[in-house]
Ligand binder design. Structure first.
Ligand code: UGA
Length: 419
């Protein structure tokens, strides 16, 4: 918003995070965000506070961007932060303020918030729902050049305000869709469910390819030339993770059950199962490669983040696989260019290596699970000199099988038994 020219206050309940941001530093890894942050702070358009009163007194429009993680021990979303932020903000809002929800929420939430604000906020306070579709690693680009803007509104005034907010993006031709609340809420979970389904589809094909002796990478390339199918999100491998796709499909199923549409989404259970099976299959493949026992074997896991260009390890297939093999008795070493601090916070007892060649030293098996460019650029001949035995599993199908084989490695990939 500051980059679009507005004066912005960012509010968070965590004083440490606010202090870091106020210094112009980003408390997580997101390419390009530090420059945008620093330049807007320097230009005086952006500041941070823990005071919700200050923000309420200052702003006409309030974007709530809090998380909706999976509730512990359940499939549905934990809505504590969404309702908590509304309860904290509501009493301080100026009359006529617009509260714009960005969070991924169970359908029906915007309506509940509108009813609550009508009771406890100043007259004329309104709600709009404006889901975000940004990807980690491309957050700046996706925010400043989105595919589309979706706004769920109940008044012309709310629509006009949001058209004003997004005027620079509308000027560059960004599609702007005006809907009711439930449609806007559903667009977000439908989009993520479709992406998850596409990935699990190709991973299901990988399972069939493994049984049939076929090659899923070639299959994906071939079907992707059909423009109705397309090549994107058709990379078979260890599957999807992160703080969005896995919890969103689960929360969507849970919500569908609550509103009487459970049957419509039973296929998402299968999508989730296919996805999780890729992780256990990789562990099985590792075990088979090592001759049936992990005991005392050195296994180097390349990657901890759920995808490259991110330091996020939430529901990361890479870390899940590393932990399973570590628990099974191997000597696991994990490398990642950015995510080791986060990984160590979640699993403090695993061995982490900052330097990739140190991580590879003495390995009996290498498992490539997050497709950082750095791993594609490894020289298999150099790696061959430091490992104990030459075995590699490519969990993302992005390495060059011929180059690794030439260096004496057995190369195995998911869905490509003969690659
Ligand atoms: C996802 C959506 O792509 C965004 O549009 C959405 O805004 C965001 O969730 C959200 O709900 O906030 P993100 O979680 O950053 O974004 O990551 P993706 O790029 O979607 O990747 C998700 C996972 O799928 C990663 O683990 C990735 O490795 C995996 N993936 C992706 C595959 O296994 N194969 C593919 O072909 C593509």
């Amino acid at each position: 918003m500051a980059e679009l020219g507005f004066e912005v206050i960012g509010v968070d309940v965590d004083p440490q995070k606010v202090a870091i941001l106020q210094r112009g530093e980003v408390p997580f890894y997101e390419p390009g965000l530090d420059e945008v942050l620093a330049s807007n702070i320097a230009a005086g358009r952006l500041r941070f506070t823990t005071s919700i009163e200050e923000a309420a007194a200052f702003a006409d429009i309030h974007f709530t961007c809090v998380g909706t993680p999976q509730l512990a021990g359940a499939q549905r979303a934990d809505m504590t932060q969404v309702f908590g932020s509304i309860e904290a903000l509501a009493p301080h809002l100026r009359p006529g303020a617009l509260v714009v929800g960005k969070s991924t929420v169970p359908v029906g939430t915007a309506n509940v918030i509108a009813e609550r604000l009508a009771k406890i906020a100043a007259p004329g306070v309104e709600v709009a729902w404006n889901p975000e579709f940004l990807r980690e690693g491309f957050a700046v680009e996706d925010t400043l050049r989105p595919d589309r803007l979706v706004v769920g509104v109940r008044s012309q005034r709310a629509e006009d305000l949001l058209r004003e907010v997004y005027a620079p993006l509308l000027a560059i031709g960004t599609p702007f869709l005006v809907t009711d609340f439930p449609t806007a809420e559903l667009v977000k979970v439908a989009a993520n469910s479709f992406l998850a389904t596409k990935i699990s589809f190709i991973n299901a094909m990988a399972e069939v390819c493994e049984a049939a002796g076929a090659d899923v990478a070639q299959l994906a390339e071939a079907i992707g030339y059909d423009p109705r199918i397309g090549h994107r999100f058709l990379s078979a491998g260890v599957g999807f993770g992160g703080g969005c796709l896995p919890k969103d499909i689960r929360a969507f199923m849970a919500r569908a059950g609550e509103i009487g549409a459970e049957e419509a989404l039973t296929f998402l259970r299968e999508v989730d199962q296919i996805n999780l099976r890729r992780r256990s299959h990789t562990v099985d493949l590792a075990l088979a490669t090592l001759g049936g026992s992990f005991a005392g074997k050195g296994v180097t896991v390349l990657g901890a983040a759920f995808k490259p260009n991110s330091d996020d390890v939430r529901d990361s297939p890479a870390l899940d696989i590393a932990v399973s093999i570590d628990n099974a008795g191997a000597r696991v070493k994990v490398h990642d260019p950015k995510a080791l601090a986060n990984a160590a916070r979640v699993y403090p007892n695993m061995t982490y290596e900052q330097d990739v060649m140190s991580a590879l030293k003495g390995a009996d098996l290498i498992i490539h699970v997050t497709e950082w460019t750095e791993y594609r650029e490894l020289d298999p001949q150099e790696v061959a000199k430091v490992v104990n035995s030459r075995h590699i599993i490519d969990g993302r199908n992005t390495l060059d099988p011929a180059a690794w084989r030439k260096a004496g490695f057995t190369y195995r990939a998911l869905g490509r038994p003969n690659a």
